[in-house]
Design a binder for this molecule. Structure first.
Ligand SMILES: [Zn+2]
Length: 365
């Protein structure tokens, strides 16, 4: 039987939790990491009804896109649905795991599902994320350099776009003096030694730091390994918010809105005034994506599809782009299938299913 910890480790290879936004609370919210999973329910939101459904189905894990605890709790008295949901889950030994903005921010995540539904081509991230890349510099005696480099590449360093094994290498002289307690690989005790070394520079995603440093320490021949880690501000084009892509053939605005309404079963689309122009470039973001409107305009998208636009934000379109607010829940609904596919592909020891409850709190009349 798989444990929650094993599930989380697998998720780290798909949607690393370090890719979540700073305000988010993705990860295990209720439960123990060592708990063995009997069965899981997949949902966009965790509510009391979802906990009831888990109880009825003998499931002891709820995998939820939105974290039920978002800004912290000061009491657990049951005075609101959040507290009652948590209490019920704990009383029934049901764990709650949130996979939220880390799933929004990957190439094959929430937004690529929307791209697929709309048959968009050439999709890329709308706002690439910074500060997730780091640089490793280490100094290795020449004859061990290739081996050490290969080990840190194997652990996940040196990938840039479609290239792997990326590094920069310069040869120079390293110096050191070992004291009596040392057991030096080269050189003599109490004598300054000069060794020809290679300075290896490479980059890596921050969440792989531990495994890369472990490989470095294991494969490096020295007793004391010299290395530096730098934080980088570079943006990673494969991680970030929203997506932009193109329709194969441009469509009239209204025809495209009809396609969206049908594909996403939207009760009503809230949109800005139509200009009678053709739609070709489509920007989108599942959930509350209005913060990306400027990015969509900068990329010269013809339309921006998202949820949760407020009245004043519709003015910000400045007649330059069509905003289509298709609803928060509606835009993210295919996320459940995405999570289910991931679980089914990687775990055969527990059953998982999408919740039968529509948790959308918004109804249309
Ligand atoms: Zn959302």
């Amino acid at each position: 039987m798989a444990t929650i910890s094993e599930l989380i480790q697998k998720l780290e290879t798909f949607a690393p939790f370090s890719y979540q936004e700073s305000y988010d609370n993705s990860g295990l919210i209720v439960g123990n990491y060592g708990q063995k999973i009997t069965s899981a329910i997949i949902t966009l939101d965790t509510t009391e009804e979802i906990v009831d459904e888990a109880i009825e189905n003998g499931a002891n894990l709820i995998i939820s896109h939105h974290p039920i605890i978002f800004r912290g709790l000061k009491t657990l008295t049951g005075k609101n649905y959040v507290e009652r949901t948590i209490i019920k889950a704990i009383k029934n030994n049901i764990a709650i795991l949130a996979v939220h903005t880390n799933l929004d921010n990957i190439l094959e995540g929430v937004n690529s599902e929307i791209c697929k539904k709309l048959n968009l081509k050439n999709c890329k991230i709308l706002l690439p994320k910074g500060e997730i890349l780091k640089k490793l510099v280490t100094f290795v005696p020449e004859k061990s350099a290739e081996q050490v480099k290969n080990e840190i590449f194997k652990a996940g360093a040196g990938n840039i776009g479609n290239y792997d094994s990326c590094s920069f290498n310069t040869v120079g002289n390293g110096t050191f003096r070992a004291n009596e307690k040392a057991n030096p690989y080269v050189g003599e005790i109490n004598k300054i030694h000069t060794e020809q070394e290679v300075r290896i520079e490479t980059i890596f995603p921050a969440h792989k730091e531990r495994q890369i440093i472990n490989s470095l320490l294991k494969s490096h021949p020295y007793e004391e390994v010299a290395y530096d880690i730098y934080k980088l501000e570079n943006k990673l084009t494969t991680v970030g918010s929203g997506m932009i892509g193109e329709l194969e053939n441009s469509m009239k605005e209204l025809d495209f809105l009809k396609v969206i309404k049908k594909e996403f079963e939207v009760g009503a689309i809230k949109h800005t005034k139509l200009f009678g122009k053709k739609i070709k470039k489509v920007a989108l973001c599942g959930g509350a994506g209005s913060f990306l409107l400027k990015n969509a305009m900068r990329e010269k998208a013809d339309i921006f599809i998202s949820g949760d636009f407020s009245y004043h934000q519709f003015f910000d379109a400045e007649n330059k782009i069509t905003i289509a607010d298709i609803g928060h829940y509606e835009s993210e609904q295919y996320t459940k299938q995405l999570l289910l596919n991931f679980i089914k592909k990687n775990f055969t020891t527990f059953d998982s299913q999408i919740s039968k409850i529509n948790t959308n709190p918004i109804q249309y009349f």
